[in-house]
Design a protein around this ligand. Structure first.
Ligand code: 5GP
Ligand code: ZN
Length: 124
């Protein structure tokens, strides 16, 4: 079930976080997007930005979800600064989305990692 697009997957960790069945430190929420702190941060700022809809990965994104992806990416600069990333160009942040097993994806609900803050970082 978790490998197709639908509104909510009862077996999905991030769908459970969106539904507040599992606690998380929420950064942002609107009708279609949700952001929360990563439980194992690599950097002083490390949060995950996800669509509320269960899209398993970037591999399922196509023209139908392109608008949503654009709105998701357009939110990154605002949330990054809000969460404490230093301003561009001396500051900045890293945007990462792991896709599939060989891409290093562990949670099968599309997520953008947003990482930033003063270096050194733990990883990345
Ligand atoms: P992936 O490896 O799939 O790109 O990233 C999954 C991310 O989700 C990891 O960075 C991991 O630390 C984070 N994560 C896994 N389980 C939880 C959880 O229960 N709560 C939160 N906030 N983050 C989680
Ligand atoms: Zn999900």
């Amino acid at each position: 079930m978790s490998d197709t697009i639908h509104s909510h997957d009862p077996d999905c960790l991030f769908c459970k976080i969106v539904a507040r069945q599992i606690p998380a430190r929420v950064v942002y929420e609107d009708e279609e997007l949700f952001a929360f702190h990563d439980i194992h941060p690599w950097a002083p700022v490390h949060f995950l930005l996800i669509p509320k809809m269960h899209i398993p990965s970037l591999a399922q994104v196509d023209h139908e979800t392109a608008g949503l992806m654009g709105r998701m990416m357009a939110l990154v600069p605002k949330l990054a600064l809000q969460e404490g990333c230093n301003p561009y160009p001396q500051g900045g942040y890293r945007l990462l989305t792991n896709t599939g097993v060989e891409g290093g994806q562990e949670v099968r609900h599309l997520h953008f990692h947003v990482m930033g803050g003063t270096r050194p970082w733990l990883r990345g």
